[in-house]
Ligand binder design. Structure first.
Ligand code: NAD
Ligand code: UGA
Length: 458
């Protein structure tokens, strides 16, 4: 069967896999291939046990796989045969050399550009899907055109705004799709090809276009604004705890102003995920690079408050549990960085587990989807850590439960049964404010939510 377009995606991760599955599912007339250097990941994409957990993903992968959606390690063939190449390789924070701990590590990106140049035999549109510093498209274009072999490469920026846990919904019905291009005739022509792909299922007014640098920068700024809201409400949660105010009541009152809006105002133990911290630090680095010290300091504050919130959570536990956690069993309810994902990257639970071990506590971790990743995250930590899937079994004999992830199942547990099985006095630290605090208190627990006065029997 011949297809209208051959689309390739390099990088079969949390972004590459779901985004390409959605394009293939919505556009049977295109052939979509996703390649990766990691053969194990590709084997999982081709199996019944997909490498990532995302509600609704399995259904669309199964509907398109083998028809017009293919997962492969054949990067060379993939590049040769495609007209459009999405690049969604990882762009973590650099851990070495200049900009270590701040700048984006572009080695995977650079390597991909060189592979595309090496194996291309015909003109191609290259789409930046990964989140990148401003002006990366220019660097990519320079690498691609340096071979001087007569092949045209048009580089577009098309950042991804999906959130994990709701990726399929976000891809199916996005608030917007952003496409940045150079404003040259070739750049605009390439842009229109990508607009056409998305127009298969997304209303035209939701597909916005811009110059390429605005598009690259918008992605960093969107994540910075989202994270800033969380740090703003988390900073106020600390004040609420001192001032006997209730952060949820404050958030509701503030968020009902339509200029502010009510989303993303849930106080928590801190934000996690692979991107918020990395992208803000990337923005900070960029500002410092351009000598904008005040702007850099302003955004760095968002990360500082997040670190403060996580540390505050641990210090509260320590203080409330009579200034020692040594030998106490503490159960973490949830390890994923948010609900409905098995992803644990930058999860506040990693920080909390490590700090508890430093305090010589015995840690028990339960999570419906993230235990495998939790084990990997903590494998180098010497200390007593147990991984137990069943939350009743996990919390039995523990002195405290700390809610790390807002999994809906935790709100529906039989806490009377849990209370009976725990060491006394029993504590609950609700790092997500998802439990019924009054009811827990009446059951016998000492309850400490985020940004609200604690309910204690002492
Ligand atoms: P990921 O680590 O899950 O996936 C990246 C994949 O790229 C890995 O499987 C890796 O093996 C592969 N890879 C690296 N170098 C390669 C190469 N040279 N050739 C082929 N494959 C290669 O990362 P992710 O979470 O999918 O994120 C990818 C990008 O998308 C990042 O820039 C991130 O900031 C951005 N982003 C992520 C999310 C998210 O929710 N995770 C959302 C929006 C944007
Ligand atoms: C975030 C953005 O929401 C996406 O738009 C973006 O594409 C993505 O980053 C990315 O670039 O990787 P994600 O990290 O998957 O998506 O999940 P979010 O829903 O944004 O949650 C991030 C963290 O903030 C989680 O730990 C979550 O629990 C926490 N959070 C979120 C709060 O603590 N309070 C809130 O009110 C909202």
């Amino acid at each position: 069967m011949s297809f209208e377009k051959n689309i390739l995606c390099i990088g079969a991760g949390y972004v590459g896999g779901p985004t390409m599955a959605m394009i293939a599912y919505k556009c049977p007339q295109y052939r979509v291939t996703v390649v990766d250097i990691d053969p194990e990941r590709i084997a999982q994409w081709n199996s019944d046990d997909l490498p990532i957990y995302e509600p609704g993903l399995e259904e669309i992968v199964k509907a398109a796989r083998g028809k017009n959606l293919f997962f492969s390690t054949e990067i060379e063939a993939g590049i040769r045969e495609s007209e459009i190449i999405f690049v969604s390789v990882n762009t973590p924070t650099k851990t070495f050399g200049a900009g270590a701990g701040m700048a984006a590590d572009l080695q995977y990106w650079d390597k991909t550009a060189r592979q595309i140049r090496k194996y291309s035999k015909s003109n191609k549109i290259i789409v930046e899907k990964s989140t990148l510093p401003v002006k990366t498209a220019q660097a990519m274009e320079r690498i691609l055109t340096s071979a001087d072999n007569g092949i045209r490469f048009d580089v577009l920026s098309n950042p991804e705004f999906l959130a994990e846990g709701t990726a399929i919904k976000d891809l199916q019905d996005p608030d917007r799709v952003l496409i940045g291009s150079t404003q040259t005739p070739n750049g605009l022509k390439a842009r229109d090809v990508l607009v056409e792909i998305y127009s298969n299922w997304i209303r035209r007014e939701r597909i916005i276009t811009s110059n390429i640098w605005s598009s690259e920068l918008s992605k960093l700024v969107a994540n910075a604004f989202l994270a800033q809201r969380i740090s703003s409400i988390n900073s106020i949660s600390a004040l609420c705890e001192k001032a006997d105010a209730d952060v949820e009541e404050v958030a509701r009152a503030v968020g009902m102003d339509s200029r502010v809006g009510n989303k993303f105002l849930n106080a928590s133990v801190g934000f996690g995920g692979s991107c918020f911290k990395k992208d803000i630090l990337n923005l900070v680095y960029l500002c410092r690079h351009y000598d904008l010290k005040e702007v850099a300091d302003y955004w760095e504050g968002v990360v500082r408050i997040n670190d403060y919130q996580k540390e505050r959570f641990i210090l509260n536990m320590l203080n409330i549990m009579f200034n020692t956690l040594a030998n106490k069993r503490i159960c973490l309810f949830g390890f994923a960085f948010k609900a409905d994902t098995g992803d644990t990257r930058e999860s506040p639970a990693i920080f909390v587990a490590k700090r508890l071990i430093e305090e010589k506590a015995r840690v028990v971790i339960t999570d419906p989807k993230a235990l495998k990743n939790a084990m990997k995250d903590l494998e180098s930590i010497a200390g007593e850590i147990a991984y137990v899937e069943d939350p009743y079994e996990a919390s039995a004999g523990c002195s405290a439960i700390a809610v790390m992830t807002e999994w809906a199942i935790y709100a529906d547990l039989d806490f009377k049964k849990i209370y009976r099985s725990m060491a006394k006095p029993a504590f609950i630290f609700d790092g997500r404010n998802i439990l019924d605090h009054k009811k827990l208190f009446e059951t016998g627990f000492n309850v400490f939510p985020i940004g609200k006065p604690g309910l204690t029997h002492f």
